[in-house]
Design a protein around this ligand. Structure first.
Ligand code: HEM
Length: 295
């Protein structure tokens, strides 16, 4: 925990104790899962199972031929679980939320999916979705831009020599925070940055803008799970939209008529809390959607 970023934390030991209990439970869950997998392997099962845990268990250092230690296995698996679950699922939650708030966008995206893939229940694969559904892909980009999941600060230290960034000198050993949401709404790059407007990601100009969205970060620390995240999103969402109709329950607080004066009087987004990752503040209240077989 960066004390300079969260100075109050050092005065809140009781809060840290609560976190420690959760952390211990999480570590136990991960160690138990690893032990269970190892036992299955001893029984000759799961040897070719293509998942991340299996890859960690199979991997070895090319030079020393050493395998990951138990501690390394736990640590890597914890990182993957923390970084790879809510990030993608909350992104999809937010995307469906946007579809419900913007009925025209929902109508367009459903028409595109159903026209491109007319046969119900024939699974739409990721690669097919990626090449045949440009509008759907644009809605995912726009959702990730306007409500990036990694919405907290991502810390970096300047090197021991200091550095020059955007023509500004940053002294040595300076702690900096990278603010993805700010960059995704930089008015020098994005026209009407607070508007949800998927069309901005269509056509040749849209292709250029896709490179400006830094929801997965950029450079050497770019998210290593981004292709997996895209694969999950472009598998779940088009199949859902093709086979089912979605609508909001009548008592939804967040709906197309509940407008936000701070966002050009467009529909208000559900409240979310952000530590490092964004998550809806009241998921039981605000994330309900009626899913029925398509008419
Ligand atoms: C929509 C989904 C996702 C988003 C928006 C996202 C975004 C990010 C961001 C912004 C970072 C920080 C990079 C930095 O420090 O500059 C990150 C790191 C990371 N992500 Fe993702 N991520 C997503 C899904 C996933 C998935 C599915 C996995 C793996 C199963 C994953 C694994 C990781 C890991 C291991 C790191 C740490 C990398 C490091 O420390 O260098 N992420 N992600």
């Amino acid at each position: 925990m960066r004390n300079s970023a969260f100075p109050a934390m050092k005065h809140l030991p009781f809060f840290l104790n609560g976190l420690k209990k959760d952390r211990d439970a999480f570590v136990k869950f991960v160690s138990d899962s690893i032990e269970m997998r190892k036992s299955s392997i001893d029984l000759g099962e799961h040897m070719d199972r293509p998942d991340i845990l299996q890859m960690y268990l199979n991997s070895h250092d090319f030079k020393t031929n050493k395998k990951l230690t138990d501690q390394e296995l736990i640590s890597e698996s914890l990182t993957m679980l923390m970084a790879g679950t809510d990030t993608t699922s909350v992104t999809m939650t937010m995307l469906i939320h946007m579809y419900m708030l913007y009925p025209k966008v929902y109508k367009n995206v459903v028409s595109e999916v159903r026209a491109a893939f007319p046969v119900i229940s024939e699974t739409i694969k990721y690669s097919e979705a990626k090449s045949n559904l440009p509008y759907l892909v644009a809605t995912v980009y726009e959702c990730m831009r306007i409500a990036p999941i990694a919405a907290g600060l991502f810390f970096r230290d300047s090197s021991s020599e200091g550095l020059v960034l955007s023509n500004k000198h940053i002294p040595r050993d300076t702690e900096m925070g990278m603010f993805i949401e700010g960059a995704n709404k930089d008015p020098t790059v994005w026209e009407n940055p607070d508007s949800f407007y998927p069309e901005r990601f269509m056509g040749p100009k849209g292709e250029l803008l896709k490179r400006e969205m830094i929801t997965f970060s950029h450079g050497v620390r770019i998210c290593p799970g981004r292709n997996l995240a895209w694969m999950e999103i472009l598998t779940v969402i088009p199949n859902l939209l093709r086979d089912y109709d979605l609508s909001l329950p009548l008592n939804s607080i967040y709906n197309p008529d509940n407008l936000d004066p701070t966002r050009n009087f467009e529909p208000k987004f559900l409240e979310s809390k952000v530590y490092i990752v964004r998550s809806p503040l009241n998921p039981d209240r605000d994330c309900n959607v009626i899913i029925s077989h398509r008419k």
